[in-house]
Design a protein around this ligand. Structure first.
Ligand code: SGN
Ligand code: CA
Length: 531
């Protein structure tokens, strides 16, 4: 009898030990908050040191975690970047090569894998893809590009207009979902801001301060693209020539008419009317009280302004509104970090901040992205996870958005599918891994299309970048990023670089083979687009 009791007791102890161990294991699995903004260039995050604006809350992630200074995307465009995030595969493999191509939600994605492994998942904000998102227990997404004021959301498949400012609403919904989650499971939320995407309408609380500032011009604002190829010369993303006066710079259509300013894009005036038309009367009055005096001043000066003056004026207008929208994104990160702390979630939650790509903030005279040149190839990347990531790290590793899916699965303790093309960068941050890829591969397809950036692909190493522009040209560009960080001189044909050129061609061929890309694949996409 006694022996039986002891055996039973031992069994109970063992059972309780196993349950506890399993509980610990489940408890230990980290939560993930993946924050992605839209078109947020690293130059507009103060932790990157450009001195344009202050983003104290995003910076906090770098202070308490790590910042990557050379993170890049594989295809600098919104929807393709999101498809790469979800699948961990290059555009030509996941099929979403440009904003027009259809994304096949039936293919596997890391959110589906998390779900299968006991995570609860949510997608909130911009996704820029048709179809009901798959892999999420909850989705509240903007339609297409979304709207800044009083936007429409599709909440679990049902359209609803919500009163408020988009960045604040996206934050509210994210915090609300975390608060109401099933606390027995770990969670992963994709918290995707629309801002600072065109046409840059800041929140009312930020317009006064941001329009009152003057921003330092980039050295290449008046670039003439002399030592570059045809693609840079023919791209339509120059602030002076190709930006919308009303939609982007907020010059009211009647004032454009009065001054004889022509629309560059046919929807310029309509964009202004649609965007501002979403405001309530009170919101519009607050907006006008700040913007009307700016426009009155412009009206008075306009007749005497040279082309150079106009470029400078338009650059300031652009920065004031763009950086104004970043401010609400930063506020949201602050609210999220406070919320995690207040709810005891700050230690066991990985917080990632990034953008769907980089952006030109006047460099080379440009806005928009698409090119494999640095400002749009690179994307901000900051990550905080006190359990594993020592505070204050800065990494130059050539990580990419291709690596997000594998990295997140790795942190969640889930096996990474072998067909994912990215690699987990977890080991780079906990000091367990020192070797990393020495080159990143890039492809871009959306041409002919808005901004007219020619199709290209290429490779970037620590020091050099080789690019091939094709379709209606056949041009190569090579840059020495150490000597020419602004990429002003294409040295492809320079005899001094013949050896480098040869080595870079070899690297490019190897990368195309490794990542399963080829001219045949490109031709296939040309056919599809012609149809
Ligand atoms: C819109 C913008 C473009 C922008 C694309 C893609 N024009 O077409 O400037 O490049 O979106 O952006 S707008 O006048 O309609 O704002 S992306 O981030 O979604 O890829
Ligand atoms: Ca984007």
């Amino acid at each position: 009898m006694k022996i039986h009791c002891i055996t039973a007791l031992a069994f109970l102890c063992l059972a309780s030990y196993i349950t506890q161990a399993q509980g610990n294991k489940t408890k230990k699995r980290p939560n993930i908050v993946y924050i992605m903004s839209d078109d947020h260039g690293y130059q507009a995050i103060s932790a990157y040191g450009y001195g344009l604006n202050e983003t104290p809350h995003i910076d906090q992630l770098a202070k308490e975690g790590a910042i990557f200074t050379r993170a890049t995307v594989t295809n600098s465009l919104c929807a393709p970047s999101r498809a790469v995030l979800l699948t961990g595969k290059h555009s030509y493999i996941n099929g979403k090569i440009d904003n027009e191509a259809k994304f096949d939600w039936n293919q596997d994605n890391f959110a589906k894998i998390l779900q299968k492994n006991g995570y609860q998942t949510a997608l909130i904000g911009k996704i820029h893809m048709d179809g009901l998102p798959q892999g999420f227990n909850h989705s509240a997404v903007l339609i297409d590009q979304g709207e800044y004021y009083n936007p429409n959301f599709i909440i679990n498949g049902v359209k609803q207009q919500i009163k408020g400012y988009v960045s604040d609403l996206t934050t509210d919904m994210t915090l609300d979902w975390i608060a109401k989650r099933d606390t027995s499971k770990p969670f992963c939320v994709l918290y995707h801001q629309k801002a600072p995407h065109r046409e840059w309408l800041p929140a009312l609380r930020h317009i006064q301060a941001y329009t009152a500032k003057t921003y330092k011009e980039p050295q290449t604002l008046f670039d003439s693209y002399d030592e570059r190829g045809t693609a840079a010369k023919t791209a339509e993303m120059n602030i002076l020539k190709h930006m919308n006066w009303a939609g982007d710079n907020k010059v009211p259509p009647p004032l454009m008419n009065e001054l004889g300013i022509k629309e560059y894009l046919s929807w310029d005036k309509a964009a202004f009317n649609n965007n501002l038309g979403r405001m309530t009367t009170a919101e519009r009055a607050a907006w006008d009280s700040v913007y009307n005096p700016i426009m009155a001043d412009f009206k008075e000066k306009y007749p005497r302004m040279s082309q150079k003056d106009l470029m400078q004026w338009r650059y300031q207008r652009y920065m004031q509104d763009y950086l104004g929208t970043v401010a609400a994104v930063d506020d949201g990160v602050g609210r999220l970090l406070d919320f995690l702390k207040q709810n005891g979630l700050d230690e066991n939650t990985i917080v990632i901040y990034t953008s769907d790509q980089g952006f030109y903030l006047g460099e080379h005279g440009w806005f928009d992205k698409r090119f494999m040149y640095e400002e749009s190839l690179r994307t901000p990347l900051l990550i905080r996870y006190p359990k594993e990531i020592k505070a204050g790290q800065s990494s130059k590793a050539l990580v990419q958005n291709l690596d997000f899916a594998p990295t997140i699965l790795d942190y969640a303790g889930i096996e990474i599918p072998t067909d994912m093309q990215g690699k987990s960068f977890r080991g780079l941050l906990n000091g367990k891994q020192h070797k990393w890829r020495d080159a990143v591969y890039y492809t871009y397809y959306e041409y002919p299309s808005i901004h007219m950036v020619k199709r290209h692909y290429g490779i970037r190493t620590d020091r050099y970048k080789l690019m091939h522009f094709y379709y209606d040209v056949d041009e190569w560009e090579l840059y020495d990023l150490e000597k020419d960080p602004q990429e002003m001189h294409n040295v492809y044909n320079s005899p001094a670089y013949s050896k480098v050129r040869q080595q870079m061609h070899k690297k490019l061929e190897d990368a195309r083979e490794y990542y399963k890309d080829s001219d045949e694949k490109n031709n296939k996409f040309l056919e599809r687009l012609k149809k």
